[in-house]
Design a protein around this ligand. Structure first.
Ligand code: S3P
Length: 452
């Protein structure tokens, strides 16, 4: 529900060393999926470490509207009493997914093969984003949809009463589209096959297997071929959500550009389909190490240690790495500004259809703070000024995008003068404790000119 309130301007000033431990919240992707698959299982799923950001809370509300019993026990402990595959009830009200593309697209998939109708809406950002990428494959199951022009929300989905399984090659690298098709495939008799040319985050596949669905993944010449057998009885799970690498990115990057810093970010999910930023930062010369590597709840996890890294160099980020760090390009561009030389980021067309057009949003804000950025449709590059040489002093728009707002707050920490963002409100969608967590490490963030 972000973006509905009064804008919250925030300024980030250069600060002394960042030190201590940053316990970032649970993974957003895994949190959404835990609630949705929990709602589709028979019995009670127990979740710990759920991200209690606005995006995920909107998904919890939606699952209640479809008939699941979702209970918040406090401290990140939640239970979901599921209604079984195909058991969703017709909601009595419009489903408002707030700012969340993941929420709306996955839920559309989950209800698309149930004999019910639901209407979806979101905030001003979500209502601009393309939904045809999901409703096109859902139509193959027999699902109907009517939305605004260009396939935008608000949109009504009429679930297929007699769904047929599908074979679908995902045309854009999108885990949301892949997951929507797999969730719809759960209630279609027979085998649904999804093919992706580039591997995207695989939390849905892992979690579906964990809930007892019959699912296989094969790497072939065609790409990753995922085959799901429909109409399983999903068994409730006990899920410990790992901490979000996309949120960890912010304290890690802040430490890399703030003199004298040494920050530990424990328990971070390092699924290879998500860890591209950390590989890239190391290639740039960041002092970033993995400690205590382990496996938790079927996902690789480690504690990250980030230390001040004054000698980072610009690199050419391989386009084939894009899917594994797609949400991290905004903060990477801040690191690029603090490195020496040019950082080139190609193969990133998808950045243009996120919560905002992230290339445009970052380019504007970086330029307003003295950084040179070049851009094309599918690429952008940043001219590094070297550590501590970003002039700063500018005001940036966050465009209802949490990651844009947080990235500019990190920019301010390493700049000569503070950096202002016009509205930090959207940060609550994914990282509700961002301000106190950063402040405890030593960051100087001022909200409406008051220290947090
Ligand atoms: C997500 C997939 C990605 C990512 C988003 C979360 C998911 O979106 O940007 O933040 O949980 O499946 P796309 O599927 O649009 O790439």
């Amino acid at each position: 529900m972000s973006g509905h309130g009064t804008p919250i301007p925030m300024i980030s000033h250069p600060c002394g060393p960042l030190t201590g431990t940053a316990e970032v919240p649970g993974d957003k992707s895994i949190s959404h999926r835990s609630l949705i698959l929990g709602a589709m299982a028979v019995g009670e799923t127990r979740i710990s470490g759920l991200l209690e950001g606005e995006d995920v809370l909107d998904t919890a509300k939606a699952m209640r509207a479809f008939g699941a019993e979702v209970t918040d026990h406090g401290g990140g402990e939640w239970t979901v009493l599921g209604v079984g595959v195909g058991g969703f009830a017709e909601p009595g009200q419009v489903i408002d997914c707030g700012n969340s593309g993941t929420g709306v697209r996955l839920i559309m998939g989950a209800m698309a093969t149930c004999p019910i109708t639901a209407t979806f809406t979101g905030d001003a950002s979500l209502n601009k984003r393309p939904m045809a990428r999901v409703t096109d494959p859902l139509a193959l199951f027999g699902t109907q949809s009517v939305g605004r022009s260009g396939g935008r929300l608000p949109m009504t989905i009429v679930g297929a009463a007699d769904p047929t399984p599908v074979r679908y090659e995902v045309p854009v690298p999108s885990a949301q589209v892949k997951s929507a098709v797999l969730l719809a495939g759960l209630n279609a008799p027979g085998k649904t096959v999804v093919i992706e040319k580039e591997a995207t985050r695989d939390h849905s596949e892992r979690m579906l297997a964990g809930f007892g669905a019959e699912i296989t993944v094969e790497d072939t010449d065609e790409g990753r071929v995922i085959t799901l057998t429909g109409r399983p009885e999903l068994k409730p799970q006990v899920i410990a959500v790992p901490r979000d690498p996309s949120s960890a990115a912010f304290p890690v990057c802040a430490a890399l550009i703030t003199p004298g810093s040494d920050v530990l970010v424990p328990g971070i999910g390092l699924n290879p389909t998500r860890a591209g930023l950390f590989i890239t930062l190391r290639e740039m010369g960041a002092d970033l190490t993995y400690e205590n590597e382990r496996e938790e709840g079927g996902e690789p996890v480690a504690d990250l240690r980030a230390k001040y890294s004054p000698n980072m160099k610009g690199i050419n980020v391989p386009p084939e790495r894009a899917a594994s760090m797609i949400d991290e390009y905004p903060v990477l561009s801040v690191m690029a500004a603090n490195a020496t030389g040019t950082t080139m980021m190609g193969g990133v067309k998808e950045l243009r259809v996120k919560e905002s057009d992230r290339i445009d949003a970052m380019a504007r804000g970086l330029r307003a703070n003295g950084v040179t950025v070049a851009e094309g449709d599918e690429w952008w590059s940043v001219e590094g000024l070297g550590i501590g040489n970003v002039p700063g002093g500018g005001t940036c728009e966050s465009f209802l995008d949490h990651r844009i707002a947080m990235s500019f707050m990190i920019l301010g920490m390493g700049a000569e003068k503070g950096v202002t963002v016009d509205d930090a409100g959207p940060i609550a969608t994914s990282f509700p404790i961002f301000e106190p967590l950063m402040a405890r490490l030593g960051a100087k963030l001022l909200r409406n000119n008051r220290s947090v």
